[in-house]
Design a protein around this ligand. Structure first.
Ligand SMILES: [Fe+2]
Length: 243
């Protein structure tokens, strides 16, 4: 089984289309989206429709998804993000709202778990940025692999059979039996690791190989739409640098 896993599209249609085009050359069997489909970008409804058209796809809710349907307070957001949420709320049509309301916070199957932030208190959307944070999720994982997003920076925490923790950021990675993996798949629509190209993940359960890849997209078009929509200019400018 070949999974295409991605996160943090944030209403960036150009980036999403580039990632889907890259996936189409991969014979993906199933898509997994780890939240934040909307917020920041100028095409929230179109991104929802695109993701719904990926069959089969499983999606969990991110903090921006929840905030845009009033399930999470914008008091936790910086002023630009809060402005974008208010804009997104006005932009969502009924079908988009129904879709966002249908999303669970956590999705667990035999092979993997999906959660936007972390497994300790998923509705608080905590960040996993260090070993301590990672441990809070590892102790709650019922599966060998858990995919997360939220930080917009890809990276993999590994816990081996002796409970030794390590962090990997060079790919591809072999997913070894007996280890546990906490995998941040980075961001499609607003990367923050200094690489402006859209970030996405491919996981092949037959070869046990996990890869994080990048796709070039029309950043100027996505940025131009943000500015034209009256969203904070900074949200467009940051796409150019991937920060
Ligand atoms: Fe996000």
């Amino acid at each position: 089984m070949k999974y295409g896993i991605f996160s943090d599209v944030h209403g960036n249609l150009e980036a999403l289309e580039a990632v889907i085009a890259a996936y189409q050359g991969e014979s993906i069997d199933r898509y997994l989206c780890v939240g934040d489909v909307v917020g920041y970008g100028a095409d929230p409804c179109k991104c929802i429709e695109k993701i719904k058209s990926l069959i089969p796809v499983t999606v969990v809710a991110g903090n921006h998804d929840w905030a845009s349907i009033d399930l999470f307070s914008v008091a936790y957001f910086n002023p630009q993000a809060a402005k974008a949420i208010e804009w997104t709320r006005r932009e969502l049509d009924t079908a988009a709202e129904v879709f966002l309301r249908s999303l669970p916070l956590v999705h667990t199957e035999e092979v993997f778990t999906l959660v936007h932030g972390s497994l300790d208190s998923p509705h608080d959307f905590n960040y996993i940025i260090d070993g301590y944070n990672a441990e809070q999720t590892f102790i709650r994982m019922q599966t060998a692999v858990c995919f997360v997003g939220h930080s917009h920076v890809a990276g993999v925490f590994v816990k081996d059979a002796t409970d030794r923790l390590s962090y990997l950021s060079e790919y591809p990675i072999e997913i070894k039996k007996g280890n546990h993996y906490l995998i941040n798949v980075g961001s499609v629509g607003q990367p923050r690791d200094g690489n402006p190209r859209a970030c996405y993940c491919v996981f092949d359960t037959d070869s046990r190989k996990l890869d994080i890849r990048r796709a070039a997209y029309n950043i100027r078009s996505a940025r131009g739409k943000i500015i034209k929509a009256g969203l904070p200019r900074f949200l467009g400018d940051r796409l150019l640098a991937g920060q």
